[in-house]
Design a protein around this ligand. Structure first.
Ligand SMILES: *Cc1c(COP(=O)(O)O)cnc(C)c1O
Length: 386
């Protein structure tokens, strides 16, 4: 399924005859669009989702990106946002009401959990279910559960769930399912095809791919996107700039080439980590076994280069020394760019947070960029041996 993906969308939704045959579409750096007649103007204002009237509605450069990603994800429609967090805020605030509950499954992106906790002020309830298997979610569902939100593999601990079972629990109860598909990219996992209602990505990560854009995108059915556009996009206003959409389009063209290279690196680095005595455990779908591996192989067609591992040591000073010895891995947030990054979970004083999110103190997140596997392994090995 994934091999032809990028070929089929390389020029999809573009029309080079409109821009002098240019092989790449232009950046439509404009805030507004004018109309030929007053009648057209009124019609445009009534249908801002489909007409170009204002860039806080529909901009042609953003629209090209939206159409390509919607096609890749097998969704009816997509909408770009100014960040992944902006996209998530738009989803939740468009679709929940006071008195309803959002059920998070396992660990999801931290600031999103924090946002949902803030919604308690508006009487939107939040529950986090820590489960080993998708079917265990059933015990956490209530009459007022409106949305089940999960990230698979889960943030940091990389737990893989059988999404088909989540859908089977949600659909008969009219609960919406929302997934953060950023790790898999639109190439390796198609949640909407499995019955999930809404998929989203932080464009900041692999899609842009060069650590120079912050953006997000939501993909769903026409019906749901209409509401997310009306409220989440138009009223909350976290829109993507045309230039950032253009950069994300540029990143998208090389997504598959980058990921194919990074997969080779990932396999080699994981093989190295698994043999290292200072590493207790590696978390990545390549380390799955048995029924979990079977689920992964059935519903994902590839893996990417973000993983975590658990150091044997839980001493903060030792974790600090190891991280500071690394020369190639930079200490930094985010991921998905060209450069390798490291982010330990423990900062020497956040024991209670770690306990709450079920993370061990020795947990370290590793993002493998476009450097060679050999260089990265040498860097890790040097730091481990110091
Ligand atoms: C980064 C990230 C987000 C948030 O995206 P931003 O573009 O940083 O706002 C959401 N989910 C995941 C999995 C992420 O890695």
């Amino acid at each position: 399924m994934n091999k032809d993906d990028l070929n089929t969308i390389q020029h999809f939704a573009e029309d080079s005859t409109k821009y002098y045959g240019a092989i790449t579409p232009p950046i439509m750096q404009t805030s507004l669009f004018k109309f030929e007649s007053l009648k057209d103007f009124w019609n445009g204002l009534e249908n801002e989702q489909n007409v170009h009237a204002y860039t806080r509605g529909n901009n042609p450069t953003c629209e090209i990106l939206e159409k390509k990603i919607a096609k890749l994800e097998c969704g009816e429609r997509a909408k770009c946002f100014g960040s992944g967090q902006g996209a998530l805020a738009a989803i939740f605030l468009s679709l929940v009401s006071a008195g309803e509950e959002i059920l998070i499954v396992n660990n999801v992106y931290g600031p999103t959990t924090q946002l949902l906790k803030e919604l308690e002020r508006f009487n939107v309830k939040l529950k986090i279910a820590y489960v080993e298997k998708a079917e265990d979610i059933e015990a956490h569902i209530q009459d007022n559960t409106r949305i089940i939100y999960y990230e698979s593999p889960s943030t940091h601990l990389m737990k893989v769930l059988d999404v088909r079972k989540i859908v089977a629990l949600a659909k008969p109860r009219n609960i919406l399912t929302v997934t953060d598909n950023t790790w898999s990219t639109p190439l390796y996992h198609k949640p909407l095809e499995l019955g999930v209602d809404i998929s989203m990505h932080s464009l900041t990560k692999y899609i842009s791919g060069h650590s120079d854009v912050v953006g997000g995108i939501v993909i769903s059915s026409e019906e749901i996107m209409k509401e997310i556009f009306r409220f989440g996009h138009q009223f909350l206003g976290a829109v993507l700039a045309p230039f950032d959409a253009w950069l994300a389009l540029r990143g998208l063209r090389t997504l598959e080439a980058r990921l194919t290279y990074q997969q080779v690196t990932t396999k080699k680095v994981i093989d190295y980590l698994k043999t290292n005595k200072k590493v207790k455990m590696v978390n990545h779908p390549l380390c799955l076994e048995g029924s979990e591996l079977k689920i992964f192989e059935e519903i994902y067609s590839g893996y990417t280069s973000l993983l975590s591992f658990e150091l044997v040591t839980e001493e903060y000073s030792e974790i600090e020394k190891f991280v500071d010895e690394l020369k190639i891995f930079s200490k930094g947030v985010s991921w998905g760019g060209f450069e390798s990054l490291i982010f330990p979970s423990y900062n020497g004083k956040n024991e209670s947070d770690l306990e709450m999110y079920k993370k061990p103190k020795g947990l370290v997140r590793l993002y493998l960029g476009l450097e060679s596997a050999e260089e990265l392994i040498e860097d890790l090995d040097n730091a481990f041996n110091k």
